[in-house]
Design a protein around this ligand. Structure first.
Ligand code: NI
Length: 178
């Protein structure tokens, strides 16, 4: 397995609408494995293909990405995922994103979603998700349409967050330069 390069805001690829996957083969499965490994190493609970530079409708996630107990992990691979139902009830959750490092903000999401997708073996699946899993699914599927969680914030909150993100980038560049 190999680790993939993460693309961060404001990379153009994060704003593109991704293409559907037409074939699930061993090459794609290798990519799915690499995505999952990259997600665990970077301590995320979800990752979308455009975040590693591939504009295809693929996400991986784990709503329990435990480091201590590998058996507790619940990895999921979703190809061409589509939200086919959303609950009217919404919830607030403090979200982060590997493409906007070191930042978090509260986002309003639907409490439950039903998602149709193709799995690791190419079989059609459907899942009814709630809680953290529903939030991760909505966040990651947004990525496939070029949408980031900051797009759901008020303009003021988004501006503040992007300001802090730029400071983080500057400090990171400084510490690397030393
Ligand atoms: Ni994200």
């Amino acid at each position: 397995m190999s680790l993939l390069k993460l693309y961060e805001y404001p990379s153009e690829i994060l704003r593109q609408k991704c293409e559907r996957v037409t074939k699930v083969d061993d090459e794609l499965r290798r990519f799915l494995d690499d995505m999952l490994e990259t997600m665990y190493v970077d301590k995320g609970c979800g990752l979308a293909a455009p975040q590693v530079g591939v504009s295809k409708r693929i996400i991986v996630l784990d709503s329990n990405p435990s480091d201590e107990d590998m058996r507790a992990r619940r990895p999921m691979y979703l190809i061409n995922p589509e939200i086919i139902w959303r609950s009217e009830e919404t919830i607030l959750f403090n979200e982060g994103c590997l493409s906007l490092p070191d930042q978090r903000a509260e986002v309003e999401r639907n409490e439950k979603v039903r998602v149709h997708y193709t799995d690791y073996n190419g079989a059609e699946q459907e899942i009814l998700a709630d809680d953290l899993l529903a939030i991760i699914l909505q966040h990651e599927i947004d990525h496939l349409d070029g949408v980031l969680y900051i797009d759901h914030l008020s303009r003021l909150k988004r501006t503040r967050l992007l300001h802090k993100l730029n400071k983080f980038y500057e400090e990171r560049a400084d510490s690397k330069g030393k």
